[in-house]
Design a protein around this ligand. Structure first.
Ligand code: ADP
Ligand code: MG
Length: 518
């Protein structure tokens, strides 16, 4: 086996074709006779909602799954790709949503890993380092080959994955939702790099559910819906709403808060955090003296790259995590006690891990809807639940919040992700909370349900609720928030009014490059 395949300078994949690909999993057809063709020198977007079948299709191309029917053709020849090694040998690379790097090893070691060699690792590493340096310069990727992976930001780790694929001679590169975890500046760098690869004749498949990115980057776009290909289109002729319609199968109207004059709506301070510090699950400091206020009738957005203390902050407010310093006040009164007591005091909470922390999947929809107040009238009858009262309340909320379920008795787990989230929203909002802490409320939720959830947040704000919206999706924050706080490494880097919060400025703050506490 050759350790260092000669790198091809001109692309040898001129066309890739997936013909009639079908892949079934128990109970679902993830891909249903899908046809897709991609050629060298193009950036081809693969667009679809969560569960549409995008990752499955690409895992087939990468040899991780075998299709139940259909064929893969490269340069008009049918090929069988039985493993990722096979795919790599044919010049196909894939950047997964979750990186597959070893944290304790260096960049060069990670890139050398998996390459078989008859020579010693030392010699290989010098050659790898030199080659990594060359590739990094060629693509303007700033990465130190001798840095350990754990020292790198998520965006830098992504660059290492891309370098690894290039190093192995990838001529067709698949990127599965690569922008979900990086800052706006890193997105710009990534796009520049992908365009550079395009000019070299490489083929790029860019998976995304973000319409703006698809429009900014791709030459053509293929849309998947429920496992089927809706069609392949030139991107230039399509607007965002065209693409949204193709993706969802009907018209979608995005909700937007009137957040241009935030102070006009806001009332008195509802939630106040002062100097809050707390530890992470691993007992390392996660929050360092966080101070912020949320007013009645205001949405305060909390922006940040995943893992900068957002989860800890939400849990501290909800009463799920102890603080080591600081105070939390609700309408001027110190907030204490367990989660149930805080809920009764007027705090509602939509947890990030909604399947684990927000609901009981085995219980019925109606039971989940009253989970917070099942010991109160009219539901409690001695130690028992009053079934008809529960059903009645369930039916009311299902109707009011437009939850798609066969009925109140259906087990929650059989609903779609978006409808499970609507059940949690309905339960938390029907209490008319003074404060709502919403953590990643639309993550993994389809566009239709996302629009409905945004509308509910806006309505609560209109009724005078104070909302802390924690989201890694900047578009969501910019559409809804009156003011935007940026969290980085457990510190509030800045709090900006909506009018001053551009994606560029927020991105710098999210990356910890600038700090401007106001
Ligand atoms: P996307 O990447 O577009 O979000 P996926 O390809 O991951 O969609 O999933 C398509 C469908 O196949 C979903 O219904 C998903 O639950 C199902 N699915 C994906 N992978 C598996 C698997 N390994 N086992 C069972 N079902 C799966
Ligand atoms: Mg996927």
């Amino acid at each position: 086996m050759q350790a260092f395949p000669p790198r091809r300078t001109t692309s040898t994949i001129t066309s890739l074709e997936l013909r009639g690909i079908t892949k079934r999993f128990p109970g679902v057809i993830a891909n249903d006779t899908v046809n897709l063709s991609v050629h060298g020198g193009e950036i081809h977007a693969l667009l679809g909602e969560n569960g549409a079948g995008k990752s499955t299709l690409m895992k087939i191309l990468y040899g991780l799954y075998q299709p139940d029917a259909g064929e893969v053709r490269i340069n008009d020849q049918p090929v069988t790709i039985s493993s990722p090694q096979d795919a790599i040998a044919r010049g196909i690379g894939m950047i997964h949503q979750h990186f597959m790097l070893v944290p304790s090893l260096t960049v060069a070691e990670n890139i050398a890993l998996g390459l078989r060699s008859s020579r010693g690792l030392r010699l290989d590493l010098d050659r790898v380092s030199a080659e990594v340096q060359r590739l990094a310069e060629l693509y303007g990727l700033r990465v130190d080959p001798k840095a350990s992976i754990w020292q790198l930001s998520v965006g830098e780790q992504q660059r290492v994955e891309i370098l690894k694929a290039l190093y192995r001679g990838a001529e067709l590169l698949v990127l599965d939702e690569p922008t979900a975890v990086i800052t706006p500046q890193e997105v710009d760098d990534l796009f520049a790099m992908l365009r550079q690869m395009r000019t070299e004749g490489r083929a790029l498949i860019f998976i995304s559910h973000k319409l703006r990115e698809v429009i900014a980057l791709s030459d053509r776009v293929s849309v998947l819906r429920d496992g089927r290909l809706v069609g392949t289109f030139a991107t230039a002729g399509k607007s965002r709403s065209d693409l949204a319609r193709l993706m969802v199968g009907r018209e979608v109207v995005a909700a937007r808060a009137d957040n241009s004059h935030p102070t006009e709506h806001a009332g008195s301070v509802a939630l106040e955090l002062h100097g809050i510090s707390a530890q992470s699950d691993r007992n390392t400091p996660a929050l360092h003296g966080v101070t912020l206020q949320v007013r009645a009738g205001e949405i305060l957005g909390l922006a940040g790259v995943s893992g900068n203390g957002q989860r800890e902050l939400a849990e501290v407010i909800a009463g799920l995590r102890p603080t080591s310093a600081g105070t939390i006040k609700l309408a001027g009164k110190e907030l204490m006690g367990n989660p149930a007591e805080r809920a009764n005091a007027g705090i509602s909470y939509i947890p990030e891990e909604r399947m684990r922390d927000g609901a009981v999947l085995e219980f019925s929809v109606a039971e989940n809807l009253i989970l917070r107040n099942h010991t109160e009238a009219p539901f409690a009858r001695g130690p028992l639940l009053d079934r008809s009262a529960v059903d009645q309340a369930g039916r009311d909320l299902i109707q009011r919040f437009n939850i798609k379920t066969p009925g109140p008795h259906t087990p929650l787990k059989s609903l779609s992700g978006g409808n499970i989230q609507k059940v949690i929203m309905a339960r938390e909002l029907s209490r008319e909370p003074a404060v709502l802490v919403a953590a990643q409320p639309t993550r993994g939720v389809d566009i239709g349900a996302t629009a409905a959830i945004h509308q509910l947040l806006i309505e609560l704000r209109q009724r005078g609720g104070a909302i802390l919206l924690i989201s890694e999706d900047l578009d969501e924050i910019l559409a809804l928030a009156d003011r935007i706080a940026v969290i980085h490494a457990g510190n509030i880097a800045a709090i900006l009014p909506h009018a001053e919060a551009t994606p560029e400025r927020l991105g710098l703050l999210m990356a910890g490059v600038a700090s401007e506490v106001t």
